[in-house]
Design a protein around this ligand. Structure first.
Ligand code: NAD
Ligand code: LMR
Length: 325
Protein backbone atom coordinates (compact mmCIF):
# COMPACT_ATOMS: atom_id res chain seq x y z
CA UNK A 1 0.00 0.00 0.00
CA UNK A 2 1.33 3.44 -0.94
CA UNK A 3 2.45 5.67 1.91
CA UNK A 4 3.02 9.44 1.86
CA UNK A 5 5.00 11.32 4.49
CA UNK A 6 3.88 14.91 5.05
CA UNK A 7 5.88 17.19 7.32
CA UNK A 8 4.47 20.43 8.74
CA UNK A 9 6.69 22.96 10.52
CA UNK A 10 5.24 25.44 13.01
CA UNK A 11 2.89 22.58 13.85
CA UNK A 12 1.90 24.01 17.25
CA UNK A 13 0.85 27.32 15.66
CA UNK A 14 -2.41 28.81 14.44
CA UNK A 15 -2.33 27.76 10.79
CA UNK A 16 -1.26 24.21 11.58
CA UNK A 17 -4.17 23.79 13.98
CA UNK A 18 -6.52 24.06 10.99
CA UNK A 19 -4.21 22.62 8.35
CA UNK A 20 -3.45 19.25 9.93
CA UNK A 21 -7.13 18.38 10.28
CA UNK A 22 -8.02 19.61 6.77
CA UNK A 23 -5.32 17.43 5.24
CA UNK A 24 -6.22 14.34 7.25
CA UNK A 25 -9.98 14.66 6.68
CA UNK A 26 -9.68 15.75 3.06
CA UNK A 27 -9.54 13.92 -0.22
CA UNK A 28 -6.16 14.86 -1.69
CA UNK A 29 -4.98 11.25 -1.51
CA UNK A 30 -6.96 8.12 -2.44
CA UNK A 31 -8.68 6.20 0.38
CA UNK A 32 -6.27 3.33 -0.05
CA UNK A 33 -3.29 5.56 0.68
CA UNK A 34 -1.58 5.65 4.11
CA UNK A 35 -0.35 8.92 5.55
CA UNK A 36 2.43 9.57 8.01
CA UNK A 37 2.39 13.06 9.47
CA UNK A 38 5.50 14.63 11.00
CA UNK A 39 4.89 17.67 13.18
CA UNK A 40 7.86 19.92 13.92
CA UNK A 41 7.99 22.86 16.29
CA UNK A 42 10.37 24.38 18.84
CA UNK A 43 11.19 22.50 22.07
CA UNK A 44 9.04 24.85 24.16
CA UNK A 45 6.03 23.99 21.99
CA UNK A 46 6.31 20.21 22.51
CA UNK A 47 3.63 20.12 25.25
CA UNK A 48 1.21 21.81 22.80
CA UNK A 49 2.21 19.35 20.07
CA UNK A 50 1.41 16.47 22.43
CA UNK A 51 -2.12 17.88 22.86
CA UNK A 52 -2.45 18.27 19.08
CA UNK A 53 -1.32 14.66 18.63
CA UNK A 54 -3.97 13.44 21.08
CA UNK A 55 -6.64 15.42 19.20
CA UNK A 56 -5.51 13.93 15.89
CA UNK A 57 -5.75 10.44 17.44
CA UNK A 58 -9.23 11.28 18.74
CA UNK A 59 -10.40 11.93 15.17
CA UNK A 60 -9.67 8.30 14.18
CA UNK A 61 -8.69 9.27 10.64
CA UNK A 62 -8.82 6.04 8.62
CA UNK A 63 -5.81 6.86 6.38
CA UNK A 64 -3.49 7.93 9.16
CA UNK A 65 -0.74 5.44 9.84
CA UNK A 66 1.62 7.35 12.09
CA UNK A 67 2.11 10.74 13.81
CA UNK A 68 5.55 11.99 14.85
CA UNK A 69 5.90 15.06 17.04
CA UNK A 70 9.38 16.46 17.39
CA UNK A 71 11.66 19.47 17.81
CA UNK A 72 14.32 17.69 15.73
CA UNK A 73 14.25 18.93 12.10
CA UNK A 74 16.32 15.97 10.82
CA UNK A 75 13.77 13.53 12.21
CA UNK A 76 10.88 15.59 10.85
CA UNK A 77 12.25 16.06 7.33
CA UNK A 78 13.83 12.63 6.76
CA UNK A 79 12.34 10.96 3.64
CA UNK A 80 9.34 13.31 3.55
CA UNK A 81 7.35 13.46 0.33
CA UNK A 82 5.85 16.88 1.06
CA UNK A 83 7.21 19.51 3.45
CA UNK A 84 4.95 22.43 4.35
CA UNK A 85 7.14 25.18 5.80
CA UNK A 86 4.72 27.13 7.98
CA UNK A 87 6.93 27.64 11.06
CA UNK A 88 7.85 31.34 11.22
CA UNK A 89 6.86 34.51 13.05
CA UNK A 90 3.61 36.09 11.86
CA UNK A 91 3.21 39.86 11.54
CA UNK A 92 1.03 41.96 13.78
CA UNK A 93 -0.89 45.21 13.23
CA UNK A 94 1.05 47.90 11.39
CA UNK A 95 3.77 45.57 10.07
CA UNK A 96 4.49 44.67 6.45
CA UNK A 97 5.34 41.03 5.70
CA UNK A 98 8.84 42.08 4.61
CA UNK A 99 9.43 43.34 8.20
CA UNK A 100 9.67 39.65 9.15
CA UNK A 101 12.44 39.00 6.68
CA UNK A 102 15.52 39.09 8.87
CA UNK A 103 13.79 37.38 11.83
CA UNK A 104 12.51 34.49 9.75
CA UNK A 105 15.45 34.16 7.33
CA UNK A 106 17.55 32.10 9.74
CA UNK A 107 14.71 29.59 10.26
CA UNK A 108 14.56 29.00 6.49
CA UNK A 109 18.34 28.88 6.14
CA UNK A 110 18.62 26.31 8.93
CA UNK A 111 15.75 24.17 7.62
CA UNK A 112 17.07 24.35 4.05
CA UNK A 113 20.48 23.02 5.03
CA UNK A 114 18.90 20.07 6.82
CA UNK A 115 16.39 19.41 4.03
CA UNK A 116 19.31 19.37 1.61
CA UNK A 117 20.76 16.36 3.43
CA UNK A 118 17.61 14.40 4.31
CA UNK A 119 15.23 14.28 1.37
CA UNK A 120 15.10 12.71 -2.08
CA UNK A 121 14.91 14.53 -5.40
CA UNK A 122 11.11 14.06 -5.58
CA UNK A 123 10.29 15.85 -2.33
CA UNK A 124 8.05 18.86 -2.84
CA UNK A 125 8.35 21.89 -0.57
CA UNK A 126 5.70 24.55 -0.02
CA UNK A 127 6.83 27.79 1.60
CA UNK A 128 4.19 29.56 3.68
CA UNK A 129 6.07 31.46 6.43
CA UNK A 130 6.38 35.13 5.52
CA UNK A 131 7.71 36.80 3.51
CA UNK A 132 7.00 33.60 1.62
CA UNK A 133 8.54 34.36 -1.80
CA UNK A 134 11.86 35.46 -0.37
CA UNK A 135 11.94 32.66 2.21
CA UNK A 136 11.53 30.33 -0.78
CA UNK A 137 14.61 31.95 -2.32
CA UNK A 138 16.60 31.31 0.87
CA UNK A 139 15.41 27.72 0.84
CA UNK A 140 16.33 27.18 -2.81
CA UNK A 141 19.76 28.74 -2.24
CA UNK A 142 20.64 26.31 0.56
CA UNK A 143 18.72 23.21 -0.55
CA UNK A 144 20.58 23.02 -3.84
CA UNK A 145 20.41 19.19 -4.02
CA UNK A 146 16.69 19.57 -4.62
CA UNK A 147 15.46 20.64 -8.10
CA UNK A 148 14.26 24.28 -7.94
CA UNK A 149 11.00 23.14 -9.62
CA UNK A 150 10.15 21.25 -6.42
CA UNK A 151 9.92 24.47 -4.39
CA UNK A 152 6.82 26.66 -4.58
CA UNK A 153 5.54 29.48 -2.39
CA UNK A 154 1.90 29.97 -1.46
CA UNK A 155 -0.19 32.40 -3.56
CA UNK A 156 -3.42 30.40 -3.44
CA UNK A 157 -4.74 32.46 -0.53
CA UNK A 158 -4.45 35.58 -2.70
CA UNK A 159 -6.05 33.83 -5.66
CA UNK A 160 -8.92 32.55 -3.50
CA UNK A 161 -9.43 36.02 -2.00
CA UNK A 162 -9.53 37.60 -5.45
CA UNK A 163 -12.01 35.03 -6.72
CA UNK A 164 -14.29 35.47 -3.74
CA UNK A 165 -14.27 39.29 -3.85
CA UNK A 166 -15.06 39.19 -7.58
CA UNK A 167 -17.81 36.59 -7.14
CA UNK A 168 -19.46 38.75 -4.45
CA UNK A 169 -19.29 41.82 -6.68
CA UNK A 170 -20.90 40.01 -9.61
CA UNK A 171 -23.34 38.05 -7.46
CA UNK A 172 -21.93 34.85 -8.97
CA UNK A 173 -20.55 31.66 -7.54
CA UNK A 174 -16.75 31.22 -7.31
CA UNK A 175 -17.36 28.10 -9.42
CA UNK A 176 -18.32 30.37 -12.36
CA UNK A 177 -14.98 32.18 -12.29
CA UNK A 178 -11.85 30.93 -14.05
CA UNK A 179 -8.47 32.20 -15.23
CA UNK A 180 -8.10 34.68 -12.36
CA UNK A 181 -4.41 34.75 -11.52
CA UNK A 182 -2.22 36.75 -9.18
CA UNK A 183 1.24 37.93 -10.24
CA UNK A 184 4.33 38.61 -8.17
CA UNK A 185 4.88 38.84 -4.46
CA UNK A 186 2.59 37.73 -1.61
CA UNK A 187 2.48 41.33 -0.43
CA UNK A 188 0.73 44.65 -1.01
CA UNK A 189 2.34 44.89 -4.46
CA UNK A 190 0.81 41.65 -5.79
CA UNK A 191 -1.26 42.05 -8.95
CA UNK A 192 -4.59 40.21 -9.10
CA UNK A 193 -5.21 40.21 -12.85
CA UNK A 194 -8.74 40.21 -14.29
CA UNK A 195 -7.65 40.77 -17.87
CA UNK A 196 -7.89 37.10 -18.84
CA UNK A 197 -10.62 36.14 -16.37
CA UNK A 198 -13.76 34.39 -17.51
CA UNK A 199 -17.15 34.32 -15.82
CA UNK A 200 -19.22 31.39 -17.05
CA UNK A 201 -16.66 30.96 -19.86
CA UNK A 202 -17.02 34.53 -21.12
CA UNK A 203 -15.06 37.75 -20.55
CA UNK A 204 -18.17 39.94 -21.10
CA UNK A 205 -19.04 40.52 -17.45
CA UNK A 206 -15.43 41.49 -16.66
CA UNK A 207 -15.40 43.91 -19.62
CA UNK A 208 -18.52 45.56 -18.27
CA UNK A 209 -16.99 46.17 -14.82
CA UNK A 210 -16.26 49.77 -13.89
CA UNK A 211 -12.48 50.31 -14.28
CA UNK A 212 -12.50 52.46 -11.13
CA UNK A 213 -13.88 49.51 -9.18
CA UNK A 214 -11.10 47.28 -10.50
CA UNK A 215 -8.28 49.77 -9.89
CA UNK A 216 -9.42 51.52 -6.71
CA UNK A 217 -11.36 48.80 -4.88
CA UNK A 218 -10.70 45.29 -6.18
CA UNK A 219 -6.92 45.37 -6.57
CA UNK A 220 -6.16 47.19 -3.26
CA UNK A 221 -8.69 45.03 -1.39
CA UNK A 222 -6.93 41.82 -2.48
CA UNK A 223 -3.49 43.34 -1.86
CA UNK A 224 -4.41 44.43 1.68
CA UNK A 225 -6.67 41.55 2.69
CA UNK A 226 -4.07 40.04 5.03
CA UNK A 227 -3.81 43.32 6.94
CA UNK A 228 -7.61 43.63 7.01
CA UNK A 229 -7.84 40.21 8.69
CA UNK A 230 -5.17 41.17 11.24
CA UNK A 231 -7.05 44.41 11.97
CA UNK A 232 -10.21 42.43 12.84
CA UNK A 233 -8.78 39.26 14.41
CA UNK A 234 -5.75 40.79 16.08
CA UNK A 235 -3.91 37.81 14.56
CA UNK A 236 -3.04 36.87 11.01
CA UNK A 237 -5.25 34.67 8.86
CA UNK A 238 -5.09 31.03 9.90
CA UNK A 239 -8.11 28.99 8.74
CA UNK A 240 -8.17 30.61 5.30
CA UNK A 241 -4.39 30.20 5.01
CA UNK A 242 -4.75 26.52 5.95
CA UNK A 243 -7.51 26.09 3.38
CA UNK A 244 -5.28 27.66 0.71
CA UNK A 245 -2.36 25.38 1.66
CA UNK A 246 -4.73 22.43 1.35
CA UNK A 247 -5.73 23.63 -2.15
CA UNK A 248 -2.06 24.17 -3.10
CA UNK A 249 -1.07 20.70 -1.92
CA UNK A 250 -4.02 19.17 -3.72
CA UNK A 251 -2.93 20.87 -6.98
CA UNK A 252 0.65 19.62 -6.58
CA UNK A 253 -0.58 16.06 -5.99
CA UNK A 254 -3.45 15.88 -8.49
CA UNK A 255 -2.81 18.69 -11.00
CA UNK A 256 -5.46 21.23 -11.97
CA UNK A 257 -7.49 22.06 -15.06
CA UNK A 258 -7.66 25.71 -13.92
CA UNK A 259 -5.06 28.48 -14.24
CA UNK A 260 -3.15 28.56 -10.97
CA UNK A 261 -0.82 30.95 -9.14
CA UNK A 262 2.25 29.89 -7.15
CA UNK A 263 5.59 31.49 -6.48
CA UNK A 264 8.23 29.80 -8.64
CA UNK A 265 11.76 30.62 -9.80
CA UNK A 266 12.00 30.20 -13.56
CA UNK A 267 12.97 31.71 -16.90
CA UNK A 268 9.88 33.24 -18.46
CA UNK A 269 8.66 35.30 -21.43
CA UNK A 270 7.58 38.27 -19.31
CA UNK A 271 11.05 39.68 -18.73
CA UNK A 272 10.84 38.95 -14.99
CA UNK A 273 14.14 38.26 -13.25
CA UNK A 274 14.66 34.50 -12.94
CA UNK A 275 16.47 34.82 -9.60
CA UNK A 276 13.38 35.47 -7.46
CA UNK A 277 10.28 33.46 -6.56
CA UNK A 278 7.55 35.19 -8.56
CA UNK A 279 3.91 34.21 -9.00
CA UNK A 280 2.96 33.64 -12.65
CA UNK A 281 -0.15 32.27 -14.38
CA UNK A 282 0.48 28.52 -14.36
CA UNK A 283 -0.82 25.27 -15.77
CA UNK A 284 -0.08 22.45 -13.38
CA UNK A 285 -0.23 18.74 -14.08
CA UNK A 286 0.79 15.86 -11.83
CA UNK A 287 4.28 16.04 -13.33
CA UNK A 288 4.87 19.63 -14.47
CA UNK A 289 4.40 23.25 -13.52
CA UNK A 290 4.35 25.33 -16.70
CA UNK A 291 4.13 29.09 -17.03
CA UNK A 292 1.39 30.31 -19.37
CA UNK A 293 3.91 32.30 -21.32
CA UNK A 294 1.90 33.77 -24.18
CA UNK A 295 -0.54 36.20 -22.59
CA UNK A 296 -0.98 39.72 -23.94
CA UNK A 297 -0.09 42.09 -21.16
CA UNK A 298 -1.30 45.69 -21.32
CA UNK A 299 0.97 48.58 -20.43
CA UNK A 300 -1.02 49.22 -17.28
CA UNK A 301 -0.75 45.56 -16.18
CA UNK A 302 2.98 45.53 -16.93
CA UNK A 303 3.41 48.50 -14.60
CA UNK A 304 1.84 46.51 -11.75
CA UNK A 305 3.91 43.43 -12.64
CA UNK A 306 7.15 45.42 -12.70
CA UNK A 307 6.33 47.08 -9.34
CA UNK A 308 5.92 43.72 -7.63
CA UNK A 309 9.12 42.43 -9.27
CA UNK A 310 10.94 45.53 -7.98
CA UNK A 311 9.80 44.80 -4.44
CA UNK A 312 11.06 41.21 -4.67
CA UNK A 313 14.42 42.42 -5.95
CA UNK A 314 14.68 44.75 -2.94
CA UNK A 315 13.85 41.82 -0.61
CA UNK A 316 16.51 39.75 -2.36
CA UNK A 317 19.06 42.53 -1.85
CA UNK A 318 18.25 42.68 1.87
CA UNK A 319 19.14 38.99 2.27
CA UNK A 320 22.05 38.85 -0.17
CA UNK A 321 24.63 38.42 2.62
CA UNK A 322 22.57 35.58 4.13
CA UNK A 323 22.52 33.83 0.74
CA UNK A 324 26.34 33.72 0.74
CA UNK A 325 26.67 31.95 4.13
P1 NAD B 1 2.04 31.10 14.79
O1 NAD B 1 2.92 32.06 15.53
O2 NAD B 1 0.69 30.80 15.33
O3 NAD B 1 2.81 29.72 14.59
C1 NAD B 1 4.12 29.68 14.15
C2 NAD B 1 4.74 28.43 14.79
O4 NAD B 1 6.04 28.28 14.25
C3 NAD B 1 4.90 28.55 16.32
O5 NAD B 1 4.31 27.41 16.94
C4 NAD B 1 6.40 28.60 16.52
O6 NAD B 1 6.83 27.99 17.73
C5 NAD B 1 6.86 27.80 15.29
N1 NAD B 1 8.26 28.00 14.95
C6 NAD B 1 9.02 29.09 15.06
N2 NAD B 1 10.30 28.82 14.71
C7 NAD B 1 10.33 27.52 14.34
C8 NAD B 1 11.35 26.65 13.90
N3 NAD B 1 12.61 27.06 13.76
N4 NAD B 1 11.03 25.37 13.62
C9 NAD B 1 9.76 24.92 13.77
N5 NAD B 1 8.75 25.70 14.22
C10 NAD B 1 9.03 26.98 14.49
O7 NAD B 1 1.95 31.66 13.28
P2 NAD B 1 0.89 31.23 12.16
O8 NAD B 1 -0.29 32.13 12.26
O9 NAD B 1 0.70 29.78 12.15
O10 NAD B 1 1.70 31.73 10.85
C11 NAD B 1 2.89 31.09 10.47
C12 NAD B 1 3.55 31.85 9.32
O11 NAD B 1 2.73 31.79 8.15
C13 NAD B 1 3.77 33.33 9.57
O12 NAD B 1 5.03 33.74 9.05
C14 NAD B 1 2.65 33.99 8.80
O13 NAD B 1 2.94 35.34 8.46
C15 NAD B 1 2.61 33.10 7.58
N6 NAD B 1 1.41 33.15 6.76
C16 NAD B 1 1.60 33.06 5.41
C17 NAD B 1 0.51 33.08 4.57
C18 NAD B 1 0.71 33.00 3.08
O14 NAD B 1 -0.27 33.12 2.32
N7 NAD B 1 1.93 32.79 2.60
C19 NAD B 1 -0.78 33.17 5.09
C20 NAD B 1 -0.94 33.26 6.47
C21 NAD B 1 0.18 33.25 7.30
C1 LMR C 1 -2.08 36.76 4.87
O1 LMR C 1 -2.03 37.16 3.72
O2 LMR C 1 -3.15 36.70 5.52
C2 LMR C 1 -0.82 36.30 5.56
O3 LMR C 1 0.30 36.49 4.74
C3 LMR C 1 -0.62 36.90 6.90
C4 LMR C 1 -0.26 38.36 6.80
O4 LMR C 1 0.71 38.77 7.46
O5 LMR C 1 -0.94 39.08 6.08
Amino acid sequence: MKKTIITITGAAGNIAYSLIFRILSGNIFPDTHKIQINLLDLAEALPILKGVKYEIEDCAFPNLENITITDNPELAFMDSNYILLVGAKPRFKGMQRADLLLDNANIFQKHAKIINECVGKDTKIVVVGNPANTNALILQNFAHNLPAENITSLMKLDQNRAKSILANKLDKSVKDISQLVVWGNHSVTQFPDLNHTLVSDSHDLISSLDKNWINDIFIPRVQKRGAEIIEHRGKSSAASAASAIYDHLSILVNGSIEWESMGIIRENNYNICDEIFFSFPLKISTSNIDIINDLDISENSMKYIKDTEKELLVERDIIKDILKN
